[in-house]
Ligand binder design. Sequence first.
Ligand SMILES: [Zn+2]
Length: 152
Amino acid sequence: MDRIASFCINHDTLVPGVYVSRIDGDITTYDLRFIKPNTPPYLPNPTMHTIEHLFATYVRNSALKDKVVYFGPMGCRTGFYFLIKDTDEKTALQLIKNTIKECMEHEGEIPGSTAVECGNYLEHDPKDAKDKLLWYYGIIKDLTTEDLKYPL
Ligand SMILES: [Zn+2]
């Protein structure tokens, strides 16, 4: 079998940030990397789950909601993938920054955290999610489109 594109990037040189992972036609996949690969501790699953619910909710309520394709966690627990269509990199990066900020400022109930709405509704950690989002926002807030290329 072919080695898929996301396994071909050098995970040794990758640091937390935002990257263009791949482009498929009009859909761009962004790599929201929170953790330097292979350097534990990784994001705990309850933390990732809370960030997933918050980001998906805020981005799907944004002005660009009709362009949003998907947001979800990486199995390695070092970050998330965000897929958006028909949107230039500058606009997408600003959307990511705005959404991360909204998520870190979120107060109260986590959206979609009832048994009918979610497959594991008790597994959340709003406190740690806020801490990680605050930290990550500090990493990404001044990034420009120049920073979206994976390091060699
Ligand atoms: Zn859920």
